[in-house]
Design a protein. Structure first.
Ligand code: NCD
Length: 306
């Protein structure tokens, strides 16, 4: 297909392009009104084959705040998919009507497949337990703004590192951004996949199962939920579901300026009491998600014209 650019995995963007998107997001945060008409006349389609709150709303809010419009479905049963239409045909059709599309799908690889049949930019908003590149842009922007100047962060990833696609995308990208230390905190059953570890320099990470053991070293703690919908065995989920619960007592040993991130939704892994701690930045993070998606939409539409 033509020279259209898609974002399926974070590595589809060069480091330079990621930098430009983050810089643009910062400019938008500073002066949102300057971008209120940046996408006038453009249409964004959201194809959500899997539930979502933040990702879909933040994309829709992003496009509306850029002066564009939106169409889409959040429930595949309400589209022709329910009649047995293939994703390939769905995207071909959507591409006739809109300028840019966002897809979330429970099956790994479907957004990539869709992009092959699309002559408008396709953005992966999460494919199964695989990747979630726009959450990564959100996470990068959060760290950039809230941990300015921190060059060699120690980042702890805690929870379901096996199925957690936000972790997969974030780690892969951080590995390309410079030196960091990774502490992977999970039960043995939910360890980070080998293909992600292969991206990391030797000696840059450890794998442990105790959150307490890591706490005092961390600059960033990235909590995740146990991904119930990806378990084949509900009994296994029930056994693991509350393996980590972050509360104020556990945070007593953390650095004063550590930040606690979470892609959300949270289930039980962060006690509500933590929300009042100034280190808890997950709702701010959700807001950064909208700004970074505004920047991404502008960039992908611009790149298309080149
Ligand atoms: C995440 C996802 O969908 O992978 N949510 C999100 O997009 N912010 C995390 C999750 O569902 O646990």
């Amino acid at each position: 297909m033509s020279s259209v650019r898609h974002l399926i995995e974070p590595t589809d963007l060069t480091q330079q392009e990621i930098e430009e998107i983050l810089q643009l997001a910062e400019k938008i945060i500073e002066k949102p009104e300057a971008y209120a008409n940046a996408c006038n006349g453009k249409l964004l389609a959201t194809l959500f084959f899997e539930p979502s709150t933040r990702t879909r709303f933040s994309f829709e809010a992003a496009m509306l705040r850029l002066g564009g419009r939106i169409i889409g479905f959040s429930e595949p049963n309400s589209s022709s998919v329910a009649k047995g239409e293939s994703v390939k045909d769905t995207i071909r059709t959507i591409a006739c009507y809109s300028d840019i599309a966002v897809i979330r799908h429970p099956k790994e690889g479907v957004p990539r497949l869709a992009s092959k049949y699309s002559d408008i930019p396709v953005i992966n908003a999460g494919d199964g337990g695989h990747q979630h590149p726009t959450q990564t842009l959100t996470d990068l922007l959060t760290m950039r703004v809230l941990k300015k100047g921190l060059e060699h962060p120690t980042v702890g990833f805690c929870g379901d590192l096996k199925f957690g696609r936000t972790v997969h995308s974030f780690v892969k990208t951080l590995a390309k951004q410079g030196e960091a230390k990774y502490i992977f905190i999970s039960p043995p059953e939910l360890k980070i996949p080998e293909y992600i570890k292969e991206e990391l320099p030797e000696g840059s990470y450890v794998e442990i199962s105790s959150l307490d053991q890591a706490m005092e070293e961390l600059d960033v703690l990235y909590m995740t939920r146990i991904q119930r919908e990806r378990f084949l065995d509900e009994g296994e989920y029930m056994r693991l579901k509350d393996c980590y619960i972050l509360n104020n007592e556990k945070l007593e040993h953390a650095k004063e300026d550590m930040i606690i991130m979470h892609p959300l939704p949270r289930v039980n892994e962060i006690a509500d009491e933590v929300d009042k701690d100034p280190r808890a930045v997950y709702f701010q993070q959700a807001k950064f998600g909208m700004y970074v998606r505004m920047a991404l939409i502008i960039k992908l539409l611009e790149m298309e014209g080149k």
